[in-house]
Design a protein around this ligand. Structure first.
Ligand SMILES: Cc1cc2nc3c(=O)[nH]c(=O)nc-3n(C[C@H](O)[C@H](O)[C@H](O)COP(=O)(O)O)c2cc1C
Length: 308
């Protein structure tokens, strides 16, 4: 099939996207900062920086450190809160001509549900992303590591709002499959994985951590193999779609995630060192799909062959 004839649309539960290339929360700001470099309307979707109910000033600096093939961050969900987001950022995002998936994080069940109810019905929101996986926020219940809590919070959000729900999972658990199943049982339309891997960096001469918060989340190419394994395992054990995240930096990475079982992907850290990476991926994707004889993205999803 000629590459230009390939269907790039994907279905993520109740959410239909023009293509499977999204940008990951926290790595794309609120999109304004990227508009000069990226044709935002070409993206399958945008996940703006996670918002919380109240404003948060985030963690003590330094908040980012470069590591081998990746980076560590301990931003700590620095944001101006949900009302400022609705007032200052949502109107702009809503006019971009791409799906906006608003990422929310609550410190409690009630906060998640309240935020979902507040966002329900506002124009310009295609779906909700539940950030139940941030490694940098202490004091809250860990909805991404305890299955019962995960199912309850997803179910509560589902009850409170009519938007499709993407539950974002952490790799910092013994069994990510059981948490994914819990999200599915709670009514998530999709699971997105992975968030960052807990890590740290040390200056041994000073005997000091390099991050102000001591530990942070590792991202970038260094975590791609971990993310691929997580996607592969989860995709075979849940019926809802999986959105793959972790170290994606080019079209080959995207194809690996699709073949492993992801229906769509989010590009994160690569946006920092190559801001036009998503455009390059979108330019190359039809040809890569054509190489596998696909007529649409779904034709390659989960087609990994393991019989040697
Ligand atoms: C600086 C930075 C900030 C991030 N902030 C958020 C956030 O606010 N919400 C969230 O769900 N994930 C956040 N993430 C995690 C990314 O969305 C993504 O899951 C992770 O970085 C793995 O993908 P990557 O290797 O492509 O970056 C952040 C990552 C980085 C590097």
């Amino acid at each position: 099939m000629h590459p230009t004839a390939i269907q790039l649309e994907v279905q993520i539960g109740r959410l239909r996207l023009a293509n499977p290339i999204l940008v990951a929360s926290g790595t794309f700001g609120y999109a304004r900062e990227m508009a000069e470099l990226v044709d935002l309307s070409r993206l399958g979707g945008i996940l703006p920086k996670t918002i919380t109910r109240e404003a948060r000033s985030g963690n003590r600096p330094p908040r980012t450190v470069e590591t081998t093939a990746g980076m560590l961050n301990s931003i700590g969900l620095d944001n101006d809160g949900i009302e400022a987001f609705i007032e200052r950022h949502l109107p702009y995002l809503a006019g971009l001509g791409t799906a906006v998936i608003v990422s929310i994080a609550g410190k409690s069940y009630g906060e998640f549900v309240d935020m979902a109810a507040r966002l329900d019905g506002l124009p310009g929101i295609a779906a909700l992303g539940l950030n139940i996986s941030c490694p940098n926020v202490s004091g809250g219940v860990d909805f991404g590591t305890a299955c019962q809590q995960c199912e309850r919070v997803v179910a509560g959000v589902r009850e409170a709002c009519g938007l499709p729900i993407l539950a974002k999972l952490t790799p910092n658990v013994t069994d990510i499959v059981s948490v994914a199943r819990a999200a599915e049982a709670g009514g998530a339309d999709a699971v997105a994985l992975i968030n960052t891997c807990l890590g740290m960096a040390i200056h041994w001469r000073r005997r000091r951590p390099l991050l102000g918060n001591v530990m942070g989340g590792l991202s970038g190419p260094a975590i791609k193999p971990i993310a691929l394994a997580a996607v592969y395992r989860v995709a075979r054990q849940v019926r809802i779609p999986v959105v793959g995240i972790g170290g994606i930096a080019n079209v080959d990475d995207v194809m690996e995630f699709l073949v492993a079982g992801a229906t769509a992907v989010e590009v994160g850290t690569a946006n920092f060192y190559n801001p036009t990476v998503t455009m390059q991926i979108l330019d190359a994707l039809p040809q890569a799909l054509a190489e596998l004889g696909a007529r649409c993205v779904a034709d390659v999803v989960g087609t990994l062959k393991t019989d040697f």
